[in-house]
Ligand binder design. Sequence first.
Ligand code: C2E
Ligand code: CA
Ligand code: CA
Length: 620
Amino acid sequence: MHNLAYYIFLRKQIPILIGLSLGPGLAYVILGYLHGIYKPALLWYLLIIFFSLWSLRVYKNFKAGEMSSLQIKKWYRELSFLYYGFFGIWLLIFFLYIGESSSNLHYIAIYTEIGSSVVAAAMLMTDKKLFLPVLSSLMTPLAIYFLLIGELYGYILSVFSLTLLGVLIYSCFSGSALFKKVVEQASHDMLTGLFNRQYFTEFFQMMLNSLKESSKFSYLLLMDLDHFKIINDTLGHDIGDKLLKKVSERIIENIPGGDIAARLGGDEFVVTGSEFSDLEKCRESAKDIADTISGSLKEVYVIDNHHLYISVSIGISIIHTPTHPSMDIIKQADIAMYEVKAKGRDGSYIFDNEMLKRTERHLSIEMKIYNAIKNNDIFIKFQPQFNRDKKISGLEVLARWEDPQWGKISPSEFVPIAEQTGLIMEMGNQILESAFQSFREFHDQGIYIQKFSINISRRQILSIGFYEDTMKMMKKYLTPELILRIRLEITESTVMHDLDRVLEIMSLFQKAGITFSMDDFGTGYSSLAYLKKLPIDEIKIDKQFVKELMNNPRDREMLKTITEMASIFNLSTIAEGVENEEQFNFLLDINCDQFQGYYFSKPVYAEEIKKYSPSDFVQK
Ligand code: C2E
Ligand code: CA
Ligand code: CA
């Protein structure tokens, strides 16, 4: 099938052809009338009118965005008949007037053939299925006519006619080659040779129209390379470009015949095209292709002596209701792809409605959170931490949010969203301020809290002025002695992401006497050796290990190793999520220093903390 541009070009010629036939056609009728052959001339003109009306219909029937490829094929066939017919009419007038040499009408006939041929060449040059038969059938009768004159000038004119035919055909061929090249360039991505976004959009719309007609199914794979930016930034765009080329080659090698692959820009690609009668088969194929592509892209690339590895995140949208606008289907694939990215990249998901709900909830929270921060709806609770003698040795500050409509929203849900949107800075500052305020209140009421822990997220600690602003706030509410009892909880991923900068900020706090706890320990990289480099004096064993420890010997091993290594590195340990006595006893056995969890206390309001008696706290 041709590119849409071909059809658009051919369609544009229709009004010109109508104009050139209806106008000059009248002159033939007048000439015919003057020379007594007006009846055939009139009949001939009626034919022109008939074909003009037909042409108008064909012209109108072409609706680029709404037609399926099958409909376009049908339309093209009708258009071809139309062009054959129209030029056939002009051949007819040749036969009608060529015999009328007594009234010199034969000159008109000869000129008509040459004129029509030139017009046909100009109009049909993009399509050899049209220009070859039309030009030959217009010019050959003329050459034969000259031949039949039987005189030297006739032979010469005959040869001239054939030469003209040759020239016209030659120029049509070179014109169509040029046109093809231009169209191809406009529909392909220069770098990779894959189709570009514009062609894809065109193709996809046409495909959706076909699916609507046939009630079949298809898929759309939206692919985004993982961490491509790093390669581009560290090794340069030249290598980045070469990698994109190789990636494109591998994609092409791994898609079925009926599919097309396009590059939407940057490191984003799509694959679509195959049609299925069976929905389940369609899903299976989509997943298979995604797996094959992903497997092939993961193999090593050798580019300019670099050995490169890359993975891809693929979002799949199964198209079963093609009445959806194409944008919706692309958006669905996009949602699925982001879900892959969020779950750690390198994989594929098929979009489903649960994903949509999650995304919608995510977006709503994103919008709500702004107001929540403005209205001070986010508040804090405190979860006590206990030492081996079951005395309260610390408090962890935990953020809470109760939305008037939605009720409680967990910080595990809203903190990452605030983090993504950047609202974490403002929210974090509010939390820090109320935390310091509460700490001061506890102190003023004679409650001794040895360590006061506050969670700090990645973007928060990396935000400009975080150290200065936090210190200023601390000094506003806290005595120098209290400042020394502040502990900031950060996670491994926070540190790993931007080690140097985080380290720098941590050192500043360390110099001010503030300590750090490594939160969720065991879930990430967990290299104790590298922990030594960081100014950390506590590790917080993640609740996931505590949770299963009675049933899972490997978790018990892990816990033991962590506490043993921690003591070698002189780090204190705290276990979170301690929910029962067995867990507590086991942790006691392996020399864990502190404990936090529902077994001791849930996170509570400040009032509850004040209800404890002084003897429940560790003493100074
Ligand atoms: P986290 O820092 O690991 O906090 C511990 C979480 O475990 C808290 O959930 C706490 O309520 C819960 N927990 C405590 N004891 C138990 C137990 O015995 N069993 C179980 N199953 N869970 C227990 P929460 O409050 O929902 O917080 C979730 C996460 O949200 C926190 O994980 C932390 O990463 C984040 N977060 C909470 N507050 C803040 C904050 O103020 N700032 C920042 N940046 N993040 C926060
Ligand atoms: Ca924590
Ligand atoms: Ca934790």
